[in-house]
Ligand binder design. Structure first.
Ligand code: K7E
Ligand code: CUA
Ligand code: CA
Length: 635
């Protein structure tokens, strides 16, 4: 093998020293790696003219790809255009949003979840992973899902209107992290589209988590959860030893996997790194669902969700096992499915390796045809320091982020398999490119589909250091765009982004058919005719119905009394694209927008007497500033 692997060999220190390595890597991330990677020279050269112009669209020119990004602790989903990298939209999901009134309107509160007093159950979130629904191995433009790690919630976004329509909180788990929709049904070939979403939980907890077993870490367990893609109800859970990290699904629907870095079941940080190998768990979906159907489950605490037993002890016999524990090097992170549907690739994180697992062999093990499960590992090769996530170009190459090396390594999967099988002349590392700095997630255009097209690669760099104008102590992150259409990777652009997005997907723009005007019939409270506007009273409960049509609201004024509980319903009767109105009430902490033919409502106590100019906050017309109505609250 080439010198770079020899170099890596010398730095094969990643056991207990790995922690120091991580810290050092971050603190001194302008340092070059000890051994200069062979291929980074040519790659780091100035981008080819044709390539660099790709990210600079002419005014009025549209992008060719959509990107769906997680927002991170902003709790929302970002929509980008690629290759420009322009952010077009943010879809609020888990956290209130002042522009649209998410978390303020009754409709959004119903999606987000409230306490008995009507206030929001949660106002913080930490989104990491976002993936979209599939059909025939490609995105079908129906839904995208995103996780909230803090409160273990999964949100669904409708990709016709780009709005969050459902949020489900997972029972019995903490630290819900990895998420992936299935791509087909494991049994019924006619169902070649997403019907389930799998969710991995990163933190093990005592079960039930109600104050018992706090000091019995050996009793702490994690679960792998299946959510129904349509109803968003939790279908089942699998109790496992250890924990879950990232999640992947096979193209035939038969297998889902999660990487596990805490095989040790440690509750203290150091304990989680004591074993040389951890695991990638493969879930046999058909068998799990048969077990649930046959009543072979229990429930935990107050949850009614069926929980099947996926622990090691109970899954030793391949013929009946629900879960297979394939061993992978120390503290793996990402697991990604190759677009040829053959392999899952686990990134080593604390090991400088990538592990290639052949799915047909895992299925052989479940069929009793592969005596030794770890024989499903067809390659385990060194690629660089701190491998986290892997993308694909559809031409047999994988691109893995190296957190510690601040690089992307392009490597050939078939060559890696040959090398692992003993052909030491097989050169699997194709190229290396420096990125800036400490990359986490990576994805290529169409990467996680059968239609991987190998055009663009985006990399989410966790540290931006010196790449942008300084703005005080908080640095943005750096999202870099790379051309991967040739042999060498070419860095095209840097984009700053507010912290911190993690995962994302990139796909051809014609896979989505967004609607830009709502159907008024989608809203039960819609006021279809401005003549229905007015105030109705039922004791202390008052309903105000109002419509908007540029440049006026249907009511010039309306009157309520101090102490009333007011529900204000607003329908935007403008039916042309891009004609959004806002509705703000001073001193009442109300502001939300209504898009064409959309209806929203807010409920508040009229506790301050006076007059309040409710005005349109969204520029809609030459008379936008005049667009208002007077709320009179009688003392
Ligand atoms: Cu690597 Cu939460 Cu996907 Cu971030 S995880 S990078
Ligand atoms: Cu309506 Cu501004
Ligand atoms: Ca471990």
């Amino acid at each position: 093998m080439s010198t770079e692997v020899v170099g890596l060999g010398r730095r094969r220190f990643l056991n207990t020293a790995a922690l120091t390595g991580l810290t050092l890597g971050v603190a001194a991330c302008n340092d070059k790696p000890e051994t200069a990677p062979a291929a980074s020279g040519p790659s780091a050269a100035a981008p080819a003219a044709h390539a660099s112009s790709a990210t600079h669209l002419k005014p009025g020119e549209l992008d060719t790809y959509y990107g769906i990004w997680s927002g991170g602790h902003t709790g929302d989903m970002r929509i980008l255009g690629l290759p420009s990298g322009r952010e077009i939209h943010r879809i609020p999901c888990f956290v209130p949003d002042a522009l649209v009134g998410w978390g303020l309107t009754n409709e959004s509160k119903a999606v987000m979840g409230t306490k008995p007093d009507g206030s929001l159950r949660y106002t913080v979130a930490d989104t990491h992973h976002t993936h979209a629904s599939y059909k025939d191995g490609n995105y079908d433009g129906r839904y995208a899902w995103i996780n909230d790690k803090i409160n273990s919630r999964i949100a669904r976004v409708r990709l016709d209107y780009f709005v969050c329509d459902k949020i489900t909180e997972l029972p019995n788990v903490q630290g819900f992290h990895g998420i992936f929709p299935d791509k087909a049904d494991p049994v019924d070939p006619a169902i070649n589209y997403t019907t389930r979403v799998f969710c991995g939980a990163e933190f093990a907890i005592p079960l039930p988590n109600n104050g018992g077993d706090i000091n019995n870490p050996e009793k702490y367990r994690s679960m792998f959860t299946c959510v129904d893609a349509e109803s968003m109800e939790v279908r089942w859970q699998v109790l496992i030893d250890g924990n879950c990290d990232l999640t992947a699904t096979s193209y035939d629907g038969k297998l889902a996997a999660t990487n596990q870095y805490n095989i040790e079941n440690g509750v203290h940080y150091e304990d989680m790194m004591s074993s040389e190998r951890d695991a990638c768990l493969f879930f046999n979906i058909a068998r799990i669902e048969e077990a649930v159907k046959a009543g072979k489950f229990k429930t935990v605490g107050t949850s009614k969700v069926p929980v099947v037993d996926g622990t090691r002890e109970s899954n030793k016999d391949p013929k009946t096992a629900l879960v297979a524990y394939v061993s992978v090097p120390k503290n793996p992170h990402g697991v990604n499915a190759s677009p040829d549907a053959k392999y899952f690739i686990c990134a080593g994180k604390l090991s400088p390796t990538a592990t290639v697992i052949e799915l047909s062999k895992v299925l052989d093990w479940f069929d009793g045809k592969l005596p030794e499960l770890d024989k499903a590992i067809v390659a385990e090769v060194e690629i660089g320091l701190g491998p986290l996530h892997t993308a694909f170009d559809g031409r047999g190459n994988a691109y893995t982020t190296l957190f510690l090396d601040s690089q992307v390594v392009k490597w050939n999967v078939d060559a890696a398999i040959k090398f692992h099988a003993g052909d030491k002349t097989a050169k699997y590392v194709v190229d290396r490119l420096d990125v800036h700095y400490q990359p986490g997630h990576i994805n290529a255009s169409q990467s996680e589909t059968r239609a991987a097209d190998g055009k663009y690669l985006a990399v989410g760099c966790k540290f931006s250091k010196d790449r942008f104008l300084p703005v005080g102590p908080l640095h943005p992150e750096n999202e870099q765009i790379i051309d991967i259409s040739g042999d060498k990777m070419v860095l095209l652009a840097d984009h700053p982004v507010r912290g911190e997005p993690h995962d994302f997907i990139i796909f051809k723009r014609d896979l989505l058919k967004p609607k830009q005007v709502y159907d008024i019939n989608d809203f039960p409270l819609a006021i279809k005719d401005s003549k229905e506007s007015g105030v109705t009273r039922n004791g202390k409960k008052v309903t105000v119905k109002i419509t908007s049509q540029a440049p006026a609201f249907s009511l010039r004024e309306f009157t309520v009394k101090k102490g009333d509980e007011v529900t204000l319903i607003l329908t935007n009767l403008d039916k042309i694209e891009d004609l959004t109105h806002g509705f703000a009430i001073p001193k009442y902490n109300v502001n939300f927008i209504v898009n064409p033919l959309e209806t929203k409502s807010v409920t508040f106590m009229a506790d301050q007497p006076g007059i309040f100019w409710c005005y349109c906050t969204h520029f809609c017309h030459a008379l936008h500033l005049e667009m208002r109505t007077r709320m009179i609250v009688e003392a």
